[in-house]
Write a protein that binds this ligand. Structure first.
Ligand SMILES: [Zn+2]
Length: 113
């Protein structure tokens, strides 16, 4: 359910930007979603189809790009994408989450005509 307000916000922003750029309709929207954001592609798609109805975004294609959370090794300073382990692939040291990574949700770009 938490995707609904996110989707409504997304449509509001796109509509505003589309008007500024003089688009009659939006054809494609490219979204970036962090793996820790707990936002699910399918839910975004579903709410989008409902909420975008009768708006310039109505038939826009959604493209999803996923971003991993990034970890930083506390021993050697290497940054690497979180997969399963918190262990540094270079030196085996312990790592911590790089603040803010993996929680992204934003519009990378969109197209219209
Ligand atoms: Zn390391």
């Amino acid at each position: 359910m938490h995707e609904l307000p996110v989707v409504l916000d997304l449509i509001r922003v796109i509509k505003e930007e589309a008007r500024k750029r003089g688009f009659q309709k939006v054809t494609q929207i490219h979204l970036v979603i962090g793996e820790l954001s707990s936002i699910v592609d399918e839910s975004v798609q579903m709410y989008f189809e409902i909420a975008a109805k009768d708006s310039p975004c109505a038939h826009a294609k959604l493209a999803f790009e996923h971003r991993p959370a990034m970890l930083k090794c506390q021993k050697c300073g290497k940054e690497f994408p979180h997969k399963k382990s918190f262990q540094c692939p270079d030196c085996g040291g312990d790592s911590v989450l790089v603040k803010g990574t993996g929680r992204e949700f934003y519009i990378r770009s969109f197209d219209g005509q």
